[in-house]
Design a protein. Structure first.
Length: 343
């Protein structure tokens, strides 16, 4: 992919009114989702579920791209069309998760390092042939007693930067995802401190590895109270803190920021994104790259039955539409209820 094409794809991934559907759950993660609806974790069930998501009418109205898992990129729709081809035909950019998951980090108890750099250039070349236009790599930062450590933040920043450089060299737009987990009792002050620290290290490492900021998308977590914190910050404070953090750390050359939901409820994740866009003043497009927060209502409606496909697709289309509105600060709880009834 040429430099101009990388720039075009990166901009298209965060196009106005659109975001990214994260459908890259590993086999183990999707098993947990399927257990909640009593569906067996078989390859055909995983294929049928993704087929339901990807064939949703009007998906491209509010979804610019979809992140796929390795297995999913190799699967086909019920009519025999490869998923990457199906998405592309419907105006949605196919992407691929390329990391090998998190592992315990040596000499850093509780902390994680993401693996998968070995052989990445070769895998990227194969994924390009299979139709992928962008990639994703997730790093995980945990807040707790005496953590995160400088070793953990530094190692994950370096891995993210090496991944991004390999992707750009191989013709894929990298999504750079440093996730500061919501797990724990920390307050929003501590979350902001760690998020700023992580992002500064990430962008320093990206610069060291000669990554072009114009040809990537950042997928950060929001600055938010820990799940077990007794004082939960409100929507407006989350929006203000997150914007302040990003303005201090993210170069304006980055075309867009597609937030992860990170365990937030469907509507809260949408409300936070909306509040940030209402505030205005950001040099980048503020969008979404949600997994569970987009899929959850659809999964509950589907229940593994072909008879429920239409209802499940309506649920996905509704959540995509609400988040599409949030990218321009036009979301409201009234519209949520009104259009939710219509869906």
């Amino acid at each position: 992919m040429s430099i101009n094409e990388l720039a075009r794809v990166a901009a298209a991934m965060v196009a106005p009114g659109k975001g990214i559907l994260a459908a890259d759950e590993s086999t183990g993660t999707i098993e947990k989702r399927f257990k909640s609806i009593d569906v067996e974790n078989l390859e055909e069930n995983r294929r049928a579920y993704r087929d339901m998501l990807f064939t949703t009418k009007g998906l491209s109205d509010h979804i610019a791209g979809v992140i796929l898992y390795d297995e999913t990129l190799r699967q086909r729709s019920a009519d025999g069309t490869p998923f990457a081809e199906l998405l592309a035909k419907n105006g949605v950019i196919p992407g691929i998760k390329v990391d090998a998951g998190t592992k315990d980090m040596a000499l850093c108890p509780v902390e994680k390092i993401t693996e998968g750099l070995d052989g990445l250039a070769k895998r990227c070349a194969e994924y390009v042939k299979l139709g992928a236009k962008f990639a994703k790599w997730r790093a995980v930062i945990t807040i707790g007693k005496d953590i995160p450590s400088a070793a953990c933040i530094g190692a994950n920043a370096h891995a993210l930067a090496r991944y991004a450089a390999i992707c750009q060299a191989g013709g894929l737009v990298p999504i750079v995802e440093p996730e500061v987990l919501m797990d724990g009792g920390h307050d929003i002050d501590r979350c902001q401190e760690v998020t700023e620290w992580s992002l500064r290290e990430v962008f320093a490492a990206l610069a060291d590895q000669r990554v072009a900021f114009e040809h990537m998308v950042l997928k950060p977590s929001m600055v938010i109270s820990g799940k077990e914190c007794s004082k939960q910050a409100g929507v407006q404070e989350v929006a203000e803190r997150t914007l302040a953090c990003l303005k201090r750390t993210v170069p304006a050359a980055v075309p867009g920021i597609a937030f992860l939901s990170g365990g937030q409820s469907d509507e809260v994740a949408t409300a936070h994104l909306d509040a940030m866009n209402r505030a205005g003043g950001a040099p980048w497009r503020l969008s979404f790259s949600y997994g569970r927060a987009l899929q959850h209502p659809s999964l509950l409606a589907w229940k593994g039955s072909s008879a429920n496909v239409a209802a499940a697709q309506r649920a996905l289309a509704h959540r995509a539409r609400m988040n599409g509105l949030a990218t321009s600060g036009r979301y409201s709880t009234e519209l949520e209820k009104e259009w939710g009834r219509a869906a």
